[in-house]
Design a protein around this ligand. Structure first.
Ligand code: XLS
Ligand code: NI
Ligand code: NI
Length: 436
């Protein structure tokens, strides 16, 4: 029995379409800057929000209606859910998905039972991948929901919990590898602190560094060559998470000699929780050569938490795609919709509306960013702003031909530095609006 019997494959119908179950901008085969939209955007559906989130909140129970799900924690239900999930992803036309170990399979009474459950469900994931051609963007382990992880996992004060987390990551890596996963993500669920008085910060960070090295070593051992990611987030559920933003992650990776093995998976709502824009995070990661993948969502300006809404703001998606094109694209990463429908949007069809909207918003962002780059006016303003670095003095400084003394000598002769270029912010902001 199909899970979505009334819904056919979502087609591209163009901007004039009034069909809410069609794409108006995402045209998978359309070529932009020499690559298809499919290959630029590499859309991915997340298993946790789309198939496991009951749409509860701290004040109320779940509201989601999911006719294919019998509500039990049985392996059989988990296997049936996989078939529903792949029907959804296939009808949507997204080439990828992502999961946590505990989203796809129920946790058992012991670690070995949990591993067996995961194997039983991974078998169906593999069948469905082979049947549909849908691929795994990245896998991850849920090291935050279970009670044992109350103090964190790789930064827990309890060595036995650390060992359990290591075992869980080992298994999740094996399953990700078996399923041909193109990446593996570490999001620091509870890796942080609630209270500094009881926390040995130095020790916790050392443990985390060691943990990630163990994952890198084990990946090598089993021949997993996918990309490792760290996903920054400043807080929630902890008061402070160690991977607080892109800059903090880069510093951590550098300190523990992990930068060769990791890139960043940036999430919009995490950026804003950190007091940054997504644009900022993308530029920080991109300029360090560490832009890996994105968790595409958005927050709500009126709500201060990780609301994980679907992105529909064209200005935001244009900023994202402009930075992504600038730094050479996302592959093997992708645009992963780590987003959930609102609690009031409880019907199955809402999952389609949500993803279609996000995909169209990113397709538009891509086209606008590509048009801005082709037209070159923005780049022209930036080039002009930095013109003094292209030859003469600036080029000599960049080439390392100067020290403080030679620069002092020069400026004593010249007497004053003259401002030579306006920032042109307002002109640029007007220019961007021309494309929208
Ligand atoms: C939570 C994170 C999480 C990661 C995967 O805020 O976004 O969903 O993406 O563990
Ligand atoms: Ni995320
Ligand atoms: Ni999040």
């Amino acid at each position: 029995m199909p899970a979505f019997p009334e819904i056919n494959a979502i087609a591209y119908e163009g901007p004039d379409s009034r069909n809410p179950l069609a794409f108006r901008y995402y045209n998978a085969d359309e070529v932009v800057e020499g690559r298809t939209m499919r290959d630029h955007l590499r859309f991915s559906v997340v298993y946790w929000h789309t198939f496991r989130n009951p749409l509860s909140d701290p004040f109320g129970v779940g509201t989601a209606v999911r006719p294919w799900d019998d509500g039990t924690e049985s392996v059989e239900n988990a296997q049936n859910r996989v078939r529903a999930a792949f029907e959804f992803i296939e009808k949507l036309g997204a080439p990828y998905y992502a999961f946590h170990d505990r989203d796809v399979a129920p946790e058992g009474a012991t670690l070995s039972e949990s591993n067996q459950n995961l194997d039983a469900v991974a078998k169906v994931l593999k069948e469905e991948q082979d049947r549909s051609g849908i691929k795994l963007l990245w896998g991850t382990a849920n090291l935050f929901s279970n009670r044992r992880y109350m103090h964190g996992a790789a930064t827990s004060c309890n060595a036995e919990v650390y060992a359990y987390a290591a075992a869980q990551v080992k298994k999740a890596l094996e399953v990700t590898h078996e399923l041909g996963g193109e990446g593996y993500t570490f999001w620091g669920g509870r890796e942080g602190y609630q209270c500094l008085w009881n926390t040995n910060l130095e020790r916790e960070l050392d443990h985390l560094g060691r943990f990630l090295h163990m994952a890198v070593d084990y990946a090598k051992e089993i021949g997993f060559t996918g990309q490792f990611y760290i996903e920054p987030k400043p807080k929630e559920p902890t008061k402070h998470q160690y991977d607080s933003d892109a800059a903090a992650c880069l510093n951590f990776l550098r300190q523990y000699d992990l930068l060769d093995h990791f890139k960043l998976n940036l999430e919009t709502n995490h950026a804003t929780l950190a007091g940054h824009t997504m644009h900022h995070e993308l530029e920080v990661a991109g300029s360090a050569g560490a832009l890996g993948s994105i968790d595409a969502n958005t927050g709500d300006v009126m709500l201060g938490w990780d609301t994980d809404q679907f992105p529909t703001d064209i200005y935001l998606t244009t900023q994202c795609m402009h930075s992504i094109l600038k730094y050479g694209g996302l592959a093997p990463g992708g645009v992963n919709f780590d987003a959930k429908v609102r609690r009031e949007s409880f019907e199955p069809v809402d999952l389609f509306y949500a993803h279609i909207g996000g995909m169209d918003a990113f397709a538009r962002g891509l086209k606008i960013a590509a048009a801005m780059r082709a037209d070159g006016r923005l780049q022209g303003i930036v080039d002009e702003r930095y013109a003094s670095w292209s030859d003469g003095l600036g080029a000599d400084i960049e080439a390392g031909k100067h020290g403080l003394a030679s620069l002092e000598k020069l400026m004593l002769e010249r007497g004053e530095a003259t401002p030579n270029a306006s920032g042109r912010q307002e002109r640029i902001e007007n220019l961007i609006n021309e494309y929208l």
